[in-house]
Design a protein around this ligand. Structure first.
Ligand code: ATP
Ligand code: MG
Length: 631
């Protein structure tokens, strides 16, 4: 990409201004002021953040940078779980609820911090008893149940490296991840629940371990009655082994740089990469962002709808909130079962105050209509947040009006599995600009640059990069360090996020697509998100995906796939309307030459649109790795 002539019309900015009391009462206070302090002395900033967690032994130096490898909090010793649990038990939160869980059938469970500690310790002892040692990989393949969180924390307690695999994956995807990680143990449940039906997980595990010689034991959390039979010698019952153990367990003393977990990326643009995160920096980064970005307070009831199997679940369902001693609401519920009102009902029933979800869910709710949330009292809500894909202006507005009821700030967080923590957002209390994720948070230096690393003029598109290391950055890609190096060596020794973005004159950053999905039409670079947002801003459209297909004259032309909102029928007339609408919103260059009506779009299991699959279908090519494709 040499030119920066993205077809981005930056019209007069439109802002939403939150009630000033939000800023007054926020942890962050004055964003601009804090950001300047960070720039003044970045290492001092991160030293102060590290003081918010507990160390067994203090670190000597904040960081050491040997391009492209970075070590943080050198020689510091800690255990993430004592920070997540023991500390709060000691600090007067022993009887505070750490975890509320609600099953699909309405079953409920709650764990106080002291109950969570006892369970984690007992399960950690059980893992040790079967021979799991510090540094061993343990694969967790479970539905969203408290036992999943307990399993993760038990690994961290003894220094085992967990690799959580989303419980909706099939044999092939699970097998790939078990083998790549060389897991010694697999922890699973007999079944997961989806839309009132039991889905058998154990047979999937049995098949997935067939040619995975590293696996020595399978631990099964049995939920259904009567319990499934455990046949082979290597299968053990979760609670049977847990209940035999003492419920205290000395935490393993971990070096700040010891790995905490391994997690595969969503695989939206290519094959999933096994991202490695380290104990010290990850704990500091997620503790900091959960507190200052999501603004969690002691009396909040916090709900992040991500599955713990994704990075959002790791950082903002499990580690970040527990590091802050928060009350986390966790549920196995699907957003439209038994009806699309279920999430709003849960917010009302549990008094959820901070609610964190994804654009794919918001667009689904827009499609079925606002009469669903309108039925429920959502006045407990204080803050809304989004992650995963660009939050289209239309989706922002809907979320703001119909869920936040024109009251709650929306924190649109841009970050990645690789970054471990939030990087760009609009801090609570700052003016929000729909369509723009926001500005780099204090602690992060982000910019939009050209191929040579030169910042592009405001209003022009370019590559999103991070210019300075941060504590929760990935340490490597498992079994593929070369891939790790590429993140830092592609553009002028900067961390390349492989996303395209535009920076406005006000410093706000808009993510306009992924570099892999870039469409070049007649020499103009077009990001997918802006065309898709234009389509979604039409009243008939609920969701859209665009791809480039070869054109002899223009190089590429744009083909759009759209899902209509309930109540709209697809017609040729509407197609012309939509093309005209894109022409008027983005410009003639971005006008789709073809539009196709769809009932669904190919998505990753984490809910992101996989444009490469649409493109492969269109061109009759091989779609590449589809292990993460939904259905
Ligand atoms: P892969 O790297 O394997 O293709 P992935 O990038 O989807 O998968 P994740 O790490 O789960 O894997 O997702 C990070 C990506 O999600 C970001 O690079 C960006 O493209 C997108 N993203 C996340 N949050 C936002 C946001 N708030 N606005 C826009 N895009 C976002
Ligand atoms: Mg990615």
């Amino acid at each position: 990409m040499t030119e920066q002539d993205f077809a981005v019309p930056l019209e007069t900015p439109k802002y939403y201004h939150p009630d000033p009391r939000y800023r007054e009462h926020s942890w962050i206070g004055d964003y601009g002021e804090v950001y300047r302090r960070f720039l003044n002395d970045p290492l001092l900033f991160w030293k102060e953040r590290a003081a918010e967690i507990e160390w067994f032994e203090p670190f000597d130096e904040v960081m050491e940078w040997e391009f492209p490898y970075c070590r943080w909090y050198l020689n510091g010793k800690l255990n993430v779980t004592t920070n997540c649990i023991d500390r709060h038990v000691r600090d007067g939160r022993a009887n505070k609820v750490a975890l509320f869980w609600r099953g699909e059938q309405g079953e409920e469970k709650a764990y106080t911090y002291s109950q969570l500690l006892r369970n984690v310790c007992a399960f950690a002892n059980a893992l040790k008893r079967i021979g799991v040692q510090k540094g061993d990989r343990v694969c967790i393949y479970m539905p969203v149940v408290p036992e999943q969180v307990i399993a993760m924390l038990a690994c961290a307690r003894i220094g085992a490296v967990h690799t959580v695999v989303f419980g909706g994956f099939g044999v092939h995807a699970l097998n790939q991840r078990i083998r790549d990680s060389g897991s010694r143990v697999v922890i699973t449940s007999d079944v997961s629940m989806r839309r009132g039906k039991e889905i058998q997980l154990k047979p999937i595990v049995e098949e997935a371990v067939v040619n995975a010689p590293s696996v020595e034991a399978i631990i099964v959390h049995r939920r259904s009655t009567p319990g499934v039979e455990l046949h082979s010698e290597i299968e053990l019952d979760f609670y049977e082994i847990l209940e035999k153990e003492s419920n205290t367990c000395e935490p393993e003393v971990m070096d700040a740089e010891d790995p905490l977990f391994l997690l595969y990326t969503s695989g939206t643009t290519g094959s999933p990469k096994g991202i490695i995160h380290a104990c010290g920096g990850y704990a500091v980064g997620t503790q900091y962002t959960t507190k200052y970005v999501l603004d969690i307070k002691d009396d909040d009831v916090y709900w992040c709808t991500a599955d713990p199997g994704w990075i959002t679940g790791h950082s903002y369902v499990v580690y970040g909130p527990l590091l802050n001693g928060a009350t986390v609401f966790l549920t196995e519920t699907t957003p439209d079962f038994p009806d699309p009102g279920i999430w709003w009902k849960l917010i009302r029933d549990y008094g959820v105050t901070v609610f964190y979800t994804a654009p794919t869910a918001i667009r689904m709710f827009m499609r079925v209509g606002e009469h669903w949330p309108d039925r429920y009292d959502l006045s407990s809500l204080r803050i809304l947040a989004s992650v995963g894909e660009p939050l289209n202006p239309e989706a922002f507005e809907w979320f703001y009006h119909h869920i936040g009821r024109d009251r709650c700030p929306i924190v649109d967080t841009w970050w990645q599995t690789e970054t471990g923590m939030h990087m760009i957002t609009t801090m609570v209390g700052e003016p929000m600009r729909p369509g723009f994720a926001g500005k780099p948070i204090p602690g992060v230096m982000a910019d939009v640059v050209d191929m040579d690393g030169k910042p592009v003029e405001p209003g022009n598109g370019g590559y999103l990069v991070i210019k300075h290391p941060w504590p929760s950055m990935m340490r490597s890609v498992y079994n593929n360090d070369e891939r790790y190096r590429q993140y830092w060596t592609t553009i002028d020794r900067l961390y390349t996020a492989t996303d395209l973005a535009v920076k406005g004159h006000d410093g706000n950053i808009m993510v306009i697509g992924r570099a892999d999905d870039l469409i070049i039409v007649a020499g103009h670079n077009i990001g997918t998100a802006e065309v898709e947002s234009a389509l979604v801003s039409h009243e008939a459209v609920a969701e859209a995906a665009v791809i480039g297909v070869p054109d002899p004259v223009k190089g590429n032309q744009i083909k759009a796939f759209v899902i209509l909102r309930d109540g709209y029928g697809g017609s040729d007339r509407l197609k012309s309307d939509l093309r005209y609408h894109v022409r008027m919103t983005v410009g003639p260059i971005a006008m789709p030459s073809e539009i196709k009506y769809m009932d669904s779009l190919p998505k990753t299991r984490s809910g992101k649109i996989m444009r490469r699959v649409l493109k492969a279908q269109e061109l009759g090519m091989d779609p590449g790795d589809t292990s993460t494709l939904e259905d």
